[in-house]
Ligand binder design. Structure first.
Ligand SMILES: NC(=O)c1ccc[n+]([C@@H]2O[C@H](COP(=O)([O-])OP(=O)(O)OC[C@H]3O[C@@H](n4cnc5c(N)ncnc54)[C@H](O)[C@@H]3O)[C@@H](O)[C@H]2O)c1
Length: 323
């Protein structure tokens, strides 16, 4: 589909949420990009507009298929590895698939990178820390994941590091915190918005409502993806990529009501755990990324939330009674 020439950059998982934003930025700086995706949760419609410009080629394939990954990596100097089983709850439903895609798939990418001489930027996650009591959490905090997804991301990180140390493959790891923004199809903000669309008078959140997490706007995350391969030594080091501020679910909900102009919404919590494997407190130290990559988040939660809500309004429709 859409054969293009002079591809130097591959984005696995490029048809998901974060991938198209990375692709967009790469194209804007003049790259020609190959997206490698099996479209299991991603969608062609997320990248169709780029394919039609001729700057992006989609190779439909599975990261567990080493031959397919190697063939797609032909000519690439840089591989952004985003393809993953990316859901914590799903990792409890089927730990085996999570392991095969996230560990096996990353290993395929690393083998391909070794053969082609490419650099790898790996999208890891804050969940590798698990329920840490070291807050704000620095990168050298012990890794003690609390979900199968966290375990597979931690293992994949270690494969990246070992491929760098033992085989000289340049790799850099980004530990992303909760990324949100236009294009998102999962996570807290869209979940709350969908509930408000169903019933603008009341909102029941999952868990206690006091889970406190770091939320990073997508444009800031993409900045980190652009800077990391340029600025990092690329010897398998990891960087926290987060806002550096945490908010409870109740606080995010209240911000949302204010921004949407909703009054008197009855806010309650379902209680119990939000889902199996959830980590209820995340707050990164972002000093390492600032010092070594020159990266720091620029978009505050209010600004990011407004942009995201605008996108929800345009794509999902408005919440009754809101602005
Ligand atoms: N969104 C976040 O808040 C967040 C936070 C931490 C880490 N991450 C990581 O960042 C990356 C991108 O996240 P996202 O939110 O865009 O996820 P996403 O689920 O929207 O996108 C993942 C993409 O990978 C593709 N994919 C899944 N399995 C595949 C396979 N076996 N072979 C090929 N392609 C496959 C999907 O079709 C999808 O397009 C993931 O690795 C995720 O684990 C995301």
């Amino acid at each position: 589909m859409g054969k293009v020439t002079d591809v130097r950059v591959m984005v696995t998982g490029g048809a998901g949420f974060i991938g198209p934003h990375v692709v967009d930025r790469l194209i804007k700086r003049g790259d020609v990009v190959r997206v490698f995706d099996n479209l299991s949760t991603g969608s062609l419609s997320n990248i169709a507009r780029y394919i039609s410009t001729g700057a992006v080629e989609l190779v439909r394939g599975d990261v567990r298929d080493l031959a397919a990954v190697k063939s797609a990596a032909d000519g690439c100097e840089l591989i952004y590895h985003l393809a993953a089983q990316s859901s914590v709850p799903k990792s409890s439903e089927d730990p085996r698939i999570d392991m095969e895609v996230n560990i096996g798939g990353t290993h395929s990418v690393l083998m391909a990178a070794r053969e082609k001489g490419a650099k790898v930027v790996f999208a890891s996650s804050s969940v590798v820390y698990g329920r840490t009591d070291k807050v704000p959490t620095p990168e050298d905090a012990p890794l003690s994941p609390y979900s199968f997804y966290g375990i597979s991301k931690m293992a994949a990180e270690n494969y990246c590091r070992a491929y760098s140390e033992l085989f000289g493959v340049p790799t850099v790891i980004l530990r992303l915190f909760n990324i949100y923004g236009p294009g998102t199809d999962k996570g807290l903000m869209i979940d709350l918005y969908r509930k408000l669309m169903r019933d603008p008078g009341r909102l029941e959140v999952l868990g206690s409502g006091n889970q406190k997490k770091d939320y990073l706007y997508i444009d800031d995350a993409v900045d980190a993806f652009m800077m990391a391969p340029e600025k990092a030594p690329c010897r398998g080091e990891a960087y926290n990529i987060g806002l550096g501020e945490s908010y409870t679910v109740f606080e995010v909900a209240e911000m949302m009501f204010r921004t949407l102009g909703l009054h008197n919404v009855q806010l309650s919590a379902k209680g119990g755990a939000s889902w199996l494997g959830d980590v209820e407190l995340t707050q990164p130290s972002v000093i390492k990324a600032e010092l070594e990559l020159g990266w720091k988040a620029k978009v505050g939660i209010q600004e990011g939330l407004e942009a995201t809500l605008n996108w929800f309004q345009e794509t999902l429709g408005r919440v009754e009674g809101g602005r």
